[in-house]
Structures are given as C-alpha cells and as structure tokens.
Design a binder for this molecule. Structure first.
Ligand SMILES: [Zn+2]
Length: 308
C-alpha cells in the first residue's frame, strides 16, 4: 500500500516578489488570418468538445498540458484538443499554479529560476494566499519536515531556508483538474474517441519530497510491471521530456487504461481510467477486499457510482 502523498515539495528558494512590475503583456504577432484558417480547419476536423463527455460543440483549441508549463511556451506537438468555451475557460488560475509548481526544482538552472520568479510574481498578484500557504512554516514545522526528508542546513542556514515548501490546497485542486483534462486528452489522442460521461478516472499524485523521504515513488514501482510504452515528445527539435513525460498503457481487452505523468523532477500523477461504467469501482472493491482496508490509495476524479 503506497504511503500517503507527502504534502511538501522540495524546491528552490525563489526570492519573494515585492517589486512586481505589473507588465508581462504580450502581443500576438504574425499572420492572424492564417491562424484563424488553421483553427477553423482544426475545429471542422474535431467538432466536439472532448472534455465534457460529448455533445458540446467545440469552439476553441485547448493546449493540454497548458502552454504555461513549458519553457518559451513551446508545447509538445499534437497536444492541442477541441474544447467548448465553458471547458476551456476558467482554468487559467489552475494552469498558473501547476506551471509554478513545475519550476520548483532543486537542480534548476538560471533560466528556470528566472522563469520561476516570473511565475511567482504572477501568483503573488492573482493568488497571494497560495504563496503564503506554500512558504510559511514555523521553525518547528520546518525542522520536522527537513528531518523527515533527511535534509540538514549548512552552517549559518536555518531549517526554513532549506527550500521545503508546503503544498497548498490550490495545488491539490489544480493537479486534479490537470489530471482529469490530460487523461481525457490522451484518451482521445490514442483511441480517437471522446471519454464518456459515465467513465471513471482514479487518481493519485506525488511530489519529489515523497521520493526523497522513501527513496522511490512506491506507486510508480507498483505499476512498473504493467506493460507501458513511451512516446518521444518533441517540438521543433527540442526535447521536452525533461519537462513533461508520460507512459500510457492499455489492458488487453481495452477496457482499462493507465497514464503515468511526470513534470520535470517536481511532481507527477497516475490515473487509471475506464470507459466502462463500474469497471474501476469493481477494481477498487477488490483492492479493499484483498487488503482488508477501507482506504483506497486512489481518489476518484470521475465516477458514476451511485448514478442511476
Ligand atoms: Zn466542454
């Protein structure tokens, strides 16, 4: 049974963003007419929103994972999906939170640090509470966390300066939303079908702190025996695997799918999903029966349990 997700990320120390400039607007240049034509063609080929279960007319192109997660906004080729306005709107705050999380890499280079600081300024403007939750720990909490992760401060450094940050509730929500969308997106990409309303998605996510504490991601190890295939993710010759990598696998009968995703060296998630109503629920019941525990290591993002 995997241990509980450790609610910390071991991140770099990013200087606080007091001198916010309020700028950061970009101007879209280039041939707007051509861009519109390309979008119209895309929506003609993919007329239905893939995120709300079929039925809604797609009016927008959605990048999933969001472009904000990638350096220079260079997203992996082929990860653009048809979405209705309602599904595409309203996730920008969540996109920002996951983009910021993905920069919290203890081995970040200068460009990643600069990008992290830029995103941090944006989070500070739009969601100051999130930063407060992440970076505020008492000396006692900081010491307990550091000891659990086997970290020691250098002479003259405090435990609070070690770079262990709390995972705020906003991050749990944002990762859930990202996992739900990416699961449906990859399902569409691989099967050509829209994930149905009655389908189920089970989910668990993990951070680099969990790996430090336990020496490995227990969940990924448990899943590693299942056959998987990896796709190279490139755009314009640039290898994006250091930012976004995934393994997708399907059971022989095609009813059970699994997606394992990592974003850099910071966090990742696993979803197990099925288009067959009740399939995951039955699997979860088996797990509970076998382990004699009422607790499942997974959380349901989508289920039709209890629905008529
Ligand atoms: Zn939709």
């Amino acid at each position: 049974m995997p241990p509980e997700t450790t609610p910390q990320i071991f991140g770099v120390k990013i200087e606080s963003a007091e001198k916010s400039t309020g700028r950061g607007q970009t101007i879209l240049r280039g041939n707007m007419g051509q861009a519109k034509r390309k979008r119209d063609e895309f929506l003609k080929a993919h007329p239905t929103c893939i995120f709300c279960g079929g039925g809604a007319v797609a009016t927008t192109e959605e990048h999933c994972p969001p472009r904000a997660l990638f350096r220079d906004r260079a997203w992996p080729e082929g990860f653009v999906f048809p979405a209705c306005a309602a599904c595409n709107a309203g996730t920008s705050d969540h996109d920002l939170v996951v983009a910021f999380l993905a920069q919290l890499d203890p081995a970040a280079d200068a460009s990643k640090l600069a990008r992290g600081e830029g995103l941090m300024r944006q989070v500070a403007r739009q969601m100051p509470q999130v930063l407060h939750e992440m970076f505020t720990s008492s000396a006692v909490e900081a010491r307990t966390n550091a000891r659990r992760l086997g970290l020691r401060p250098e002479p003259g450094q405090t435990y609070q300066e070690l770079g262990v940050v709390n995972v705020p509730e906003a991050a749990h929500i944002a990762v859930r939303i990202l996992a739900t969308k990416l699961t449906k997106a990859v399902y569409y990409q691989r099967t050509g079908s829209i994930f149905p309303v009655g389908g189920g998605i089970m989910f668990q996510w993990f951070t680099n702190a969990q790996k430090m504490e336990h020496g490995r991601i227990v969940l990924l190890e448990a899943l590693s025996r299942i056959a998987t295939m990896s796709e190279p993710l490139t755009r314009g010759g640039r290898d994006l695997k250091d930012q976004f990598d995934f393994l997708y696998s399907v059971e022989k009968e095609g009813a059970l799918h699994m997606l394992q995703v990592t974003f850099g060296k910071v966090f990742g998630f696993v979803t197990i999903f099925s288009q067959t109503p009740g399939r995951l629920e039955a699997m979860e019941d088996q797990i509970k029966e076998r382990t004699g525990s009422m607790d499942s290591p997974f959380e349901f993002l989508s289920t039709n349990r209890g629905m008529p």
